[in-house]
Design a binder for this molecule. Structure first.
Ligand SMILES: Cc1cc2nc3c(=O)[nH]c(=O)nc-3n(C[C@H](O)[C@H](O)[C@H](O)COP(=O)(O)OP(=O)(O)OC[C@H]3O[C@@H](n4cnc5c(N)ncnc54)[C@H](O)[C@@H]3O)c2cc1C
Length: 477
């Protein structure tokens, strides 16, 4: 069987790996439009000074089914000794801040913290739990709602305004008032809809059915997952930066005779013929494929199928992405007054940045300061217009580092990355849209599978799992 994989980001590379090396398919052709593999995962290494700048993702969570799956992949790739964990005891795991009313506020990280008043909250966080436990749900059963509306309704407005809105900025650079509750809290939302309260739902469900994990037959903790649990990893990266993962995948795929890796190969059109192979047009040449796995952002895929499947194309086009500017700054001295993972800025503060990550604190870069400032997202155009230049973004980053962290020195090195359409927005109704997309593909018997960040989760773990599931569905064991 010959399979075409479109896109050479982490999900496309993983799909090709599962197909060729784990499942030993006869032939896999992977086409990547740009001149490098890895997609949004991009690490710049400063060999001389020994620090790195991450342009995209920097850490992975070792939790749950998807976290376990990535750790299994890391084991398969023999990368265990490159894993660089941040454990729960580390200051970067404990100290996460938000910037509200010109002040840095530490978010509670344990039960003790939830029992006291932590500014900017006017009550201890456990009040939110009480509100939920004794509160009533709306009589009308909901299919979906925004995560802001859900958390505000169940736990109170302050939790929605400060904690949830900032978290959504940090995860998908989006507006909590638009993002679906199912993006992060599907389970909690369903429990609330069923039992009338999230907490009551968790307790009753546990008493009736046991723990979530034991319910999932596919959850088989790998040795590395167990190690992560025992050592209490909070998050981790890889030595050499996160780009180590796509780089090693690329090397393994290059060694395999059944895989052809193609850079600078822009797919412009896919044509499906009843009962026959798909025709994939790459750089003006048509290639035949028995099956296509697309790891492309849905908005890109929508253009490739529009001539033949306008309904599918329109649905794919509706999954919009936002632009994010990522500015990395390096200073030769340790200038941070605060230790921690970094800070997020809730949208109600109306500042042009989403947050600042303290890379040097997270990854023990002593005697220097490395910061990453994220800007834009849902509010990119409002702050920077359609086509800002790098200097404009650098100045915004430095101004806010000055204002928030009191660092007024000029960095001795910096990098500005403008990432266009980089994070899909799972707005209210997203999950129903993805179901319709998959149903259309199935009903029309298209030899097409979807994976990547546009559908079932935007994190590295999610897209790796999506690639695995696409391969397993295509080639059941
Ligand atoms: C700034 C930022 C920070 C993030 N931080 C984190 C984090 O800390 N932790 C985390 O878990 N996740 C994070 N993420 C999310 C994570 O980066 C993504 O989930 C992941 O990289 C998506 O990988 P992918 O392979 O699905 O898509 P992509 O990386 O988008 O890869 C798709 C590939 O398809 C190629 N392509 C597009 N069109 C065509 C075409 N027509 N023909 C051929 N090829 C094409 C593209 O060039 C690209 O290489 C972050 C994302 C961003 C943008």
């Amino acid at each position: 069987m010959s399979i075409t994989v479109l896109g050479g980001g982490i999900s496309g590379l993983t799909a090709a790996y599962y197909l060729s090396i784990v499942r030993k398919t006869t032939k896999v052709n992977l086409y990547e439009a740009s001149s490098r593999f890895g997609g949004w995962i991009k690490t710049d290494i400063n060999d001389k000074e020994g620090y790195i700048f991450e342009a995209g993702p920097r850490t992975i969570r070792p939790k749950g089914l998807a976290g376990n799956n990535t750790l299994e992949l890391i084991q398969l790739l023999e990368l265990e000794n490159k894993v660089w964990p941040i454990t729960a005891h580390h200051v970067a795991a404990k100290n996460r801040m938000i910037y509200v009313k010109n002040k840095l506020c530490l978010m509670p990280s344990d039960i003790k913290g939830a029992l006291r008043i932590n500014p900017p909250f006017s009550k201890p966080l456990y009040y939110g739990a009480i509100k939920d436990f004794f509160g009533w749900k709306s009589k009308k059963r909901l299919d979906d709602e925004s995560i802001y509306s859900f958390t505000s309704r169940r736990f109170g407005k302050e939790i929605a305004d400060y904690a949830i809105s900032s978290m959504i900025c940090g995860i998908c650079a989006g507006d909590a008032k638009e993002i679906s509750v199912k993006f992060l809290m599907k389970n909690l939302f369903e429990k609330e809809q069923k039992f009338g309260s999230v907490l009551r739902g968790i307790i009753l469900d546990f008493l009736l059915n046991g723990s979530e994990r034991t319910k999932s037959p596919s959850f088989q903790p790998t040795p590395l997952y167990r190690k992560a649990q025992i050592e209490r990893w909070s998050i981790y990266t890889l030595q050499g930066g996160l780009q180590t993962l796509p780089k090693v995948l690329e090397n393994k795929l290059e060694e395999s005779e059944s895989v052809s890796l193609n850079l600078n190969s822009n797919c412009k059109k896919i044509t499906f013929e009843t009962g026959g192979p798909a025709k994939v047009m790459i750089n003006g040449i048509t290639h035949k494929a028995e099956h296509v796995i697309s790891s492309l952002p849905s908005i890109q895929l929508s253009q490739l199928v529009s001539h033949q499947h306008p309904i599918l194309s329109n649905e794919l086009k509706m999954i919009k992405c936002v632009d994010v500017a990522v500015i990395n700054l390096h200073y030769k001295k340790d200038l941070l007054d605060y230790q921690g993972f970094g800070l997020l800025v809730p949208p109600m503060e109306n500042l042009p940045i989403l947050g600042i990550i303290f890379d040097s604190c997270c990854f023990g870069m002593k005697d220097r300061t490395v910061l990453t400032i994220m800007c834009g997202g849902k509010w990119f155009e409002k702050w920077f217009g359609k086509d800002p230049n790098e200097l404009q973004l650098l100045n915004v980053a430095m101004e806010n580092v000055g204002k928030i962290l009191n660092i007024h020195e000029k960095p001795d090195n910096y990098k500005v990355n403008i990432l266009k359409d980089c994070i899909p927005q799972y707005v209210v109704g997203h999950h129903q849209r993805v179901e319709r997309i998959r149903k259309y593909i199935e009903d029309n018997k298209l030899p097409l599978s979807l994976c990547g960040a546009s559908y079932d989760g935007v994190g590295v773990n999610d897209v790796i799992l999506s690639a695995r599931l696409a391969v397993e569905k295509l080639m059941p064991v």
